[in-house]
Write a protein that binds this ligand. Sequence first.
Ligand SMILES: Cc1cc2nc3c(=O)[nH]c(=O)nc-3n(C[C@H](O)[C@H](O)[C@H](O)COP(=O)(O)OP(=O)(O)OC[C@H]3O[C@@H](n4cnc5c(N)ncnc54)[C@H](O)[C@@H]3O)c2cc1C
Length: 532
Amino acid sequence: MDIDTSSSQTTKKEVLQKERRASSDSVYDTFLQCLTHRAQPSDHISDIVYSQANPSFANVLGSYIRNCRFNSSSTLKPLVIVTPTQESHVQAAVLGSKDLGVHLKIRSGGHDFEGISYISDDAFFILDMFNLRSIEVDIKEETAWVQAGATLGELYYRIWEKSKVHGFPGGVCRTVGVGGHLSGAGYGNMLRKYGLSVDNVLDAKMVDVQGRTLDRKAMGEDLFWAIIGGGGASFGVILAYQIKLVPVPEKVTVFRVEKTLDQNATDLVYKWQFVAPGTDPGLFMRLVLQPVTSKTQKGQKTLGASVVALFLGNSDQLLAITDKELPEMGLKKENCTEMSWIESVLWWDGFDEGTIPPLETLLSRDYPINFLKRKSDYVQSPISKANLDLLWKKMIELGNVGLMFNPYGGRMSEIPASATPFPHRAGNLFKIQYFINWRDDDPELEKNYLAQIRSLYSYTTPFVSKNPRGAYLNYRDLDIGTSTNGKNSYEEGRVYGVKYFNDNFERLVKVKTAVDPNNFFRNEQSILPLPK
Ligand SMILES: Cc1cc2nc3c(=O)[nH]c(=O)nc-3n(C[C@H](O)[C@H](O)[C@H](O)COP(=O)(O)OP(=O)(O)OC[C@H]3O[C@@H](n4cnc5c(N)ncnc54)[C@H](O)[C@@H]3O)c2cc1C
């Protein structure tokens, strides 16, 4: 018999919420004293610390919640939010939380798909890095220092201000924060040419559990290795990364081609699996698969397959490749648009040709938000046509889940799996992102949508990597395991740890044990130290 626990859970949460409101004020006073005592200079500290009683608290908290699932009145709130404007505030916040024994969550851009940078079941503070957003670009050296609270859009814009032929291989959503993105690996549409974001990181600055600011030299190669893909939040607070810029041509080409099943979408997808991971590294062809309404059969659903692409070259060069390698796509010159790399950033962010707004849009932190759930997988052998047909049938039956196939190969296959904590390199044809978005705040709908995405994930088991079934840290998915951070949680941490990091997991544990043996920096899916 199913027992409905939802109402008793709500009551428990309401009680906890009340208790937190009551303790927020008293903790605030003590924490403020700690910060004032430790930060240099120590004046105006109260301007950067928000208790729940502060009229701006809800606004500060909500500004960087990027998934509506974690923005409800029953979501447990932090006791205090600290919004540092300088390095010493971060050091003071780490030491102050340690003194008070309060769990510290770190947030940069707030895009974590499971919201774990700003929610927690135990009493917690948020260290919100959004004010630390400076970007210094050195074109002569082809490098930049970028603080954790900067967004990818700001980074791309500041590079473009200095040079029209440089870029950075990061994610395609302009509001994603550098702190979470780079510490969790980071990829975008130049990954086949230049690898992951972290393959282009040269140095970093972080605050460790003792409140010290360390650069690469001071932290040593093991810890530096861990924070370029192992998830910063297990090891310390990332203040900034130094990155290497990459060359981009003055004109790039983008295109989108859409097919449905009656337009031979299955042939296209089948062939794509052989071509997209092996073609010219300057060509990134993402495949987006979704159930859509049929235009030819009234009232019927079909499968829509869209290829969305960036090519680091002009359209003639591109067509020479696609005509030869993927004629099933039927790409024509009129489907292709040449533009500057920086314009292509906005095109990929959802602005079509002709509607591309002023480039300053990249500096805006406004972004439409939805209810979201994501999952991920890696595919190592092509899926047969017969299995693709079954997959389409399942997707159409479910109705609302989509898949994105992101091709690997190129530079990704040249970098050893142990070079960074991100292990999914040679041997992986493509990564799958499972996605489902919705707009209405309706618990029944949420239940249904979460069930749909989990059902599809279960269905694809035979087609994807095994032992372990791989996953991408930046597509955070608490379904694959969580840790209670209790006494016996090392084994819990192993369950999701090997899925995200494969053979690199043990090295991450070693680093964690050396730098944070008491597990101060922790979350629902962090790296656990070895039991003492
Ligand atoms: C709309 C959307 C589009 C996306 N597109 C892409 C994409 O194209 N490519 C891709 O690779 N990923 C993509 N992602 C995933 C994204 O890279 C991750 O969610 C990333 O971790 C977000 O970083 P953040 O700083 O915005 O998030 P946050 O929620 O602030 O942080 C995410 C995690 O990093 C930790 N963290 C944040 N800042 C710090 C810090 N300064 N020090 C230590 N730990 C820190 C947090 O505690 C949390 O565990 C996308 C996500 C969304 C919502």
